[in-house]
Every structure is written in C-alpha cells, then in structure tokens.
Design a protein around this ligand. Sequence first.
Ligand SMILES: Cc1cc2nc3c(=O)[nH]c(=O)nc-3n(C[C@H](O)[C@H](O)[C@H](O)COP(=O)(O)OP(=O)(O)OC[C@H]3O[C@@H](n4cnc5c(N)ncnc54)[C@H](O)[C@@H]3O)c2cc1C
Length: 197
Amino acid sequence: MVASRRLSCITLDLQPQSLNRKQTEMNIAVSGCGIAGTAVSHLLASAGHQVTIFEQAAQCQAIGAGIMLQPSGQVVLDRLGILDTIARQAAKLEGIEAFLLSGRPLIELNYGHLGDNHFAYGVHRGLLFQQLMNLCNQSDVRLHTSTQICDFRNDGNDVYVIDQHGTQHGPFDFLVAADGSRSRLRTAAKLGSRTIN
Ligand SMILES: Cc1cc2nc3c(=O)[nH]c(=O)nc-3n(C[C@H](O)[C@H](O)[C@H](O)COP(=O)(O)OP(=O)(O)OC[C@H]3O[C@@H](n4cnc5c(N)ncnc54)[C@H](O)[C@@H]3O)c2cc1C
C-alpha cells in the first residue's frame, strides 16, 4: 500500500546484486511482522531504506502450523539466500490429492504438469518466519512490538501511522500494509475487499 503523495509506486528488484545497491533513501513504515512484513522489510532495508515495522503482538515469534511453499515463493526465498536452509528442513511434495468424504476429488494438483523440477515444500511456518526475521535483524530493520496500527494520516507530503492509543508515529515517506488478511489499513484506506469467513 502506498500512502504518500510524493511517491506513488515502489518496485523491488529481487536480483541479489541489486539488494545492496543504495537507492534514494526513504523512511518506510511497515504494519505487520508476519511473512509478508518481514520479507518486504528486509528487501527494502537491503535496498538502502530505513524501515520500521509495527507489530500488534508483544513478541514476534515463530508460530503456526505447516504451509506449502509454492514454486513462486521458492524463487523469492532463493534470491533472499534462505531457500537451501529451509529446504533442508522441509518435505518435498510432488503433488496433492484431497477427497471429500463421498470420495469425490476436491484437489488434484500434480506439480509435474507445471514443468520439470517443479514441486512444493511442506514447511513449518515458524521455520520460514524465523529465517525471514533473522534477515530483518541482520539488515537493521527497526521493530516496535505491542503497537497495533489502526489508521494512517497522509498530509500530502508525509504519512503518519496511528496506533491503538491514538499515538502518531512518523513522518514516513511510504507505508506498507502487511497486516494480514483482515488488514485494518486496507479498511482505513477504503480499498475494496471481500472477507470470506
Ligand atoms: C489454515 C491455513 C492454512 C494455510 N496454508 C497455506 C499454505 O499451505 N501455503 C501458503 O502459502 N499459505 C497458506 N496459508 C496462508 C498464509 O498463512 C498466509 O497467506 C500468510 O501467513 C500471510 O502472511 P502475511 O504476512 O500477509 O499475514 P500474517 O501472517 O497474518 O501476518 C500479519 C501480521 O500482522 C500483524 N498485525 C495484524 N494487524 C495488525 C495491526 N493493525 N497493526 C500491527 N500489526 C498487525 C499480525 O499480528 C501478524 O503478525 C494458510 C492460511 C491458513 C489460515
């Protein structure tokens, strides 16, 4: 999400050689310290920006069950340099089949159909998160825990984030909403969305 008039778009080049290239430095706020928040924060910090994550939980820690790491996600993690570590502790999945109680197929996914050497990794979400968090720590990303971002204010030049106590943090040049599927910032920005329960 972009909430600054000065900048309407930012792109992230995932090529390793570009991660260390210093670009015009910006002060960037990221709401949410999950998989998306940690990954984008590390990439932005590696590109030379000053990044601050605001997380509502008291601690950013590895929680959750297993997820499937799809080929597209593997490409990103490879470029971040953490795929091998994760792959060593993951299960390689060549396909998924799920059936309803009636026996009717629900999911039939064969990665081989996508091309040679395509598969998913079954991985613990905590392992993935911990690796991403380590990258953030190495790239000097700042972290504010116990801070729920409820709203933002854009004064036309800078953007400020507003927490659960009404305290304003900023100014920032750019704001990234990585606060999950029930994003408060998405609601605050009046972006269209549909929640499926
Ligand atoms: C049962 C289940 C199974 C899944 N299986 C898979 C799978 O196999 N493969 C796969 O790729 N994906 C899977 N997913 C989806 C995957 O978990 C999500 O896509 C992924 O976790 C999203 O990451 P995220 O960083 O966007 O959000 P989240 O992981 O939800 O992180 C959001 C972070 O923001 C914080 N936050 C929220 N609101 C605020 C706020 N207002 N202010 C500050 N911080 C805030 C939260 O505390 C959290 O730390 C599954 C999801 C579920 C529920």
